[in-house]
Design a protein around this ligand. Structure first.
Ligand code: PRT
Ligand code: ZN
Length: 225
């Protein structure tokens, strides 16, 4: 392939990080026309293209060098890194900046009536989750054997539906757990949105643009504090 003339940034197309990711880029002075439901949106005033995808695809696109940057939850990055490491696939990626949105915790939760006394009481239980790698790393470190029930969504209904004994899911306010008769018993990982960079070599011109964007991002974040 010939050398890229434009930088590529992958952001979540629609979901919890989309609005904040777009707002962050716009606050850096980037004009983007996002009106059409297109996969790629071109910036009108900078040599930048936005690739709008599922958040789960973002770390892989960066690690494979298909895009230069991505904005994604650290939980998704961590899970993909573990998955790829296990398959000996490339995991090259650098966290350039921790962003001030997308904060959440990844927590174990059990039914209100469950007599939880510590991770050991989950031994040989089935736990529903969307991020089995992060969960396994935590419970392995605690020496707790368990089995998983992988669910990409609706994790919070798994216990009531009889699919699992406990769940491990992302929590921000705790309202979803409460609405489903669950209590949070262990926080096993804390996450926020991060700006990540591939190992692609940047031209001097692109490096200059990146430095400018990072400086502006810092300014935006400080102004909000
Ligand atoms: O379609 P796509 O695959 O792109 O999106 P997605 O559905 O996989 O992800 P999305 O948009 O729900 O979340 C994107 C990222 O936002 C996550 O990977 C996290 O990094 C971050 N984030 C921050 C959250 C939450 N807060 C959050 N509360 N992601 C999900 N939730 C869910 C949680 O799974 C549960 O269903 O919100 C519910 C709990 O919220 P509370 O406020 O009731 O506790
Ligand atoms: Zn997703």
């Amino acid at each position: 392939m010939t050398e890229q003339k434009r930088l590529r940034i992958a952001i979540q197309k629609s979901g919890r990080l989309s609005d904040d990711s777009q707002a962050l880029l716009k606050s850096c002075g980037m004009k983007i026309n996002l009106r059409q439901q297109r996969l790629i949106a071109h910036s009108e005033n900078m040599p930048v293209d936005l690739l709008r995808v599922r958040d789960d695809d973002i770390p892989g696109l960066v690690m494979d060098g298909v895009v230069d940057f991505g904005i994604v939850g650290e939980n998704v990055l961590e899970e993909e890194t573990m998955l790829r490491s296990a398959k000996n696939e490339p995991t090259d990626c650098e966290i350039l900046k921790r962003l001030d949105f997308g904060d959440c915790r990844f927590s174990l939760a059990v039914a209100e009536e469950f007599n939880y006394t510590g991770p050991q009481c989950l031994a040989n239980k089935r736990i529903a989750t969307s991020y089995p790698g992060i969960l396994k790393r935590y419970l392995d470190a605690q020496g707790v054997p368990f089995s998983t029930c992988m669910l990409a969504g609706s994790v919070e209904v798994a216990t009531r539906a009889g699919l699992a004994d406990a769940i491990c899911d992302l929590v921000s306010t705790g309202a979803t757990l409460e609405a489903n008769g669950l209590k949070e018993v262990e926080v096993i990982y804390r996450s926020q949105a991060v700006l990540i960079k591939s190992k692609n070599k940047l031209s001097d011109e692109h490096q200059e643009l990146l430095d400018k964007l990072l400086m502006r991002m810092q300014g935006t974040m400080e102004a909000k504090e």
